[in-house]
Design a protein around this ligand. Sequence first.
Ligand code: ATP
Ligand code: MG
Length: 325
Amino acid sequence: MLDIDNLYLEFPVYKGAIRVLNGVTIQVMPGEIVGIVGESGSGKSVTAMMSMRLIPQNSYRVRTGSVRKSGRNILQATEKEMRHIRGKDMAMIFQEPMTALNPTMRVGRQITNVIRRHTSLSAGQARERAIALLRDMHIADPVQIFDAYPFELSGGMRQRVMIALAFSCEPSLLIADEPTTALDVTVQKQVLMLLRERARKTGTAILLITHDMAVVSQFCERVYVMYAGSVVEQGITAQVIDRPAHPYTRGLLGGLPENAEPGSPLQAIAGQVPNLADLPGGCAFRNRCPLQGEPCSQIPPLMPLADQPGHTAACWMTAGEAAHV
Ligand code: ATP
Ligand code: MG
């Protein structure tokens, strides 16, 4: 359904270019909940934005690769086609809903505008549909929220409104870029549960972007781990979490509170994400990697892992390892 194939993307800058995506391949099947996880700057948002072509076309260069949605070539679609696809076929929710909601317009009006742009419903029908959507978000008094301005709502309530807005045209794919990062943990969980419940009901697939492995483990069926513009590991969530193969994934998991010895500090991955304009040759993770060895001066491709169908990792040092527990 969403098919990003070997995408190399760069941003031209003065005297050169920053390579932001280095051959990213990501697929989302109908109805699936898929995660992309990685530290800040790994290219998660650029990948998400390119799926809906939300980056101005004159600001980036695609060296090779393609992005397809239900067979349609997103990189070559006209702006008119993209306007139709966005909202109707694919929707996106962002970390800070205040930036996506219009502050000067009542919430209900924003939802009915989207519904009316993509359907032939009358104003009255669109209003009913919007209120029903808000009720589906377990909002106790949807009429009151319908008439509210965004600033009158709490962060969690705003994110529920954003989800209602995203589902208003029953898209087949919803891309959620850190949708709950700004919320406290309990509200975060409620919002994620809501998202999943709605997606299950409508058959919508979700591509969920997060830096939090705990969110992936609770929420996603499959996961792609990104580092410095590359997918370094991917597979069924349970496999990746139970037997992480890439040292970077192991590092991300080592930082989870539930994996720490009681009383001991949480582990962080040493070092920082490298500057994309100046990546080390070979494996991009090598200067932070506890396992680095001689083969790491060559860029590792995603390699299958023994006895784990579909699970691949881009690490020479752990390739072919049967099980890491
Ligand atoms: P975060 O977790 O902080 O949201 P991310 O994984 O979403 O990080 P991206 O926003 O995708 O990271 O950015 C990847 C890289 O691309 C960063 O180094 C960023 O500086 C660079 N980048 C993003 N947009 C542009 C742009 N329009 N022009 C130049 N560089 C950009
Ligand atoms: Mg981001």
